[in-house]
Ligand binder design. Structure first.
Ligand SMILES: [Zn+2]
Ligand SMILES: [Zn+2]
Length: 556
């Protein structure tokens, strides 16, 4: 099951040795080590000795623990015996719940040697719970781990494309294991290249087109598909489960059958799908973005060609929230400027923390002035990007801001935020937000729910009221892309724009090398909230951004 040919051959030789010498128990094994038969393989003897000393079942258990997670959990659920698990893998090539789920739907399991309809039912019952057993990791960490495999994979000759699939591609806040799909007509080259990476020290399974490794306690699975068919695999492995089921019903209504391997025409023949678009267009649908592949709503819109065009990285003209060494950032402003220029931004805002934030280092009033001088110099040095001088000012317990208006007036943009964990009840928190939002100098509220992924849920606020207030006071709400924030989350962002509020997608970056990744996480989160470019402040040109800020300031 682990696809380790050398290990399998070693055990085959061990079995030969044991059979040849009629060894039937531990008692028979001891003499074997004292007086090894002539010509016996030393590696085999070492392995048998380990088994003798540790007990055979210990080795089996550790081998089971080293299987791809879904196989291990299926066995541990008690639905199948070890022999049945092995048969499942041998006959179907199954390495994941996705593989097994499809076989169960097609009632293939009951036909396998050693299986019955009851076992198939037991597997069907166990499957939904399997995924919930997989430990979840925050999206930001999952993206970083996936990139460590995706980047080298995309360099391998023959690899046309490689992308993450599953909940990672859909941008869920918390992700189970990391799954990657690549399209290549030379799978061996791709697998070999990955086996050479440092992340591949602990291999769980390898076969012609699949590799599973355990890196930093997280399972990474890679599949390599034939390019002519990779679109169907991409579609199936991306999910969600509910989206697949809904499209299956949609296909059936059109006389087609949707299975794990793709669409089948009414004669039963598999229709080629090099891209996901082949499947959607055969179903008379626009391609539905992965981030909104939940439920029926998107399918209805896609059938009327009425899907919204969700915001993309290309729409983003600047980043309005980041920190430098003037507060708790790691890098000087200049490094942040260079990072933003490399991303092709038209503008950026430096927004360090005010004195009462809980940050490790804060910006003093005196610091604001010195920072202004530094920014003035950098503006001369980098005329190709507009550097806005801003700050992320704390909203104090009484609702006032942590800098006097005189200081804030001199800044190009003011972001306001609550940073403390709770302390105040929902009504008091809302009062503080309301007071800050009604302040003409406040353009934007950062990370409004103040949750911490994965350990702290957001404030328990009346969000409808918050969003209505934001619309009324023309205050922008942030979708913060920092991995620990992702705040507003997709669901709240959708309610915010429905209430007429404008959002901003920011990196809230504290180091220049993460500016791009954190913006991407923000965009992924926004897309889960059905956010379009027209809803987003920082898709607007600089002049429009400035006039939006001015319009609210002028209302005093
Ligand atoms: Zn903050
Ligand atoms: Zn911040």
């Amino acid at each position: 099951m682990r696809g380790d040919a050398a290990e399998a051959a070693l055990w085959a030789r061990a079995i030969d040795l044991v059979r040849t010498h009629n060894i039937e128990s531990d008692a028979d094994t001891g003499p074997l080590f004292n007086d090894p038969p002539a010509g016996s393989d030393p590696d085999v003897l070492i392995r048998l000795r380990q088994m003798y000393e540790a007990g055979g079942w210990v080795l089996v258990e550790s081998a089971i623990a080293d299987l791809p997670a879904d196989l291990r959990w299926l066995f541990e659920s008690g639905a199948v015996t070890l022999d049945q698990l092995a048969e499942l893998h041998r006959s179907l090539g199954a390495t994941s719940a996705a593989d097994i789920g499809d076989a169960v739907r097609e009632h293939q399991l009951r036909e396998l040697p050693g299986f019955t309809a009851e076992v198939e039912d037991a597997v069907a019952t166990a499957l939904p719970a399997l995924r919930s057993l997989v430990p979840r990791i925050p999206l930001g960490r999952a993206v970083a781990i996936a990139e460590s495999v995706l980047e080298p994979l995309r360099e391998v000759p023959g690899v046309a494309w490689a992308v993450p699939v599953g909940s990672l591609r859909r941008g869920q806040d918390m992700v189970g294991d990391i799954e990657i799909l690549a399209a290549s007509d030379r799978p061996a080259a791709a697998i070999d290249a990955l086996l050479g990476l440092p992340t591949s020290a602990h291999v769980l399974h390898r076969s012609e087109r699949r590799l599973y490794v355990l890196a930093d306690r997280v399972q990474i699975g890679v599949r390599v598909s034939e390019p002519s068919h990779a679109g169907a695999d991409l579609f199936y492995l991306t999910g969600s489960r509910g989206h697949f089921e809904a499209l299956r019903a949609h296909a059936a209504a059109r006389g087609l059958t949707l299975k794990a391997d793709g669409l089948h025409d009414n004669g039963g023949a598999l229709m080629p799908a090099a891209a996901e678009a082949d499947i959607y267009s055969a179903l008379g649908l626009q391609v539905i973005p992965p981030e909104i592949r939940e439920g029926d709503e998107a399918i209805g819109l896609a059938s009327r060609a009425a899907l919204p065009a969700l915001v993309t990285r290309d729409d983003i003209r600047g980043d309005l929230h980041m920190h430098s060494m003037w507060s708790d950032g790691r890098d000087p402003i200049e490094a942040m400027v260079e990072g933003c220029r490399a991303l092709g931004y038209e503008y950026m805002a430096i927004t360090d923390h005010s004195p009462h934030s809980a940050a490790s280092r804060n910006l003093s009033i005196d610091g604001v002035k010195k920072q202004a001088d530094e920014i003035a110099q950098l503006r001369e040095r980098y005329p190709d990007i507009t550097i806005l001088h801003g700050c992320e000012v704390d909203i104090l317990p009484d609702g006032r801001l942590d800098f006097p208006d005189k200081v804030l007036e001199a800044l190009d943009i003011v972001l306001a935020s609550l940073h403390e964990r709770a302390g105040h009840g929902p009504d008091q928190l809302m009062k503080r937000y309301a007071s800050a939002m009604s302040h003409p100098l406040v353009t934007l509220i950062t990370h409004p729910s103040n949750r911490l992924v994965p350990s702290r849920r957001g404030y328990d606020l009346d969000y409808d009221r918050l969003f209505a207030l934001a619309a009324e006071t023309r205050t922008v709400l942030e979708i913060d892309g920092a991995p620990s924030h992702l705040d507003l989350d997709g669901a709240l962002a959708r309610r915010a724009i429905a209430a007429g509020a404008t959002v901003a997608i920011d990196s809230d970056c504290h180091r220049s090398d993460q500016l791009g990744r954190q913006m991407d996480l923000g965009i992924l989160t926004a897309r889960r909230g059905w956010v379009e470019p027209r809803h987003v402040l920082n898709t607007r040109a600089l002049a429009e951004l400035r006039s939006t800020i001015q319009a609210k300031r002028a209302s005093r």
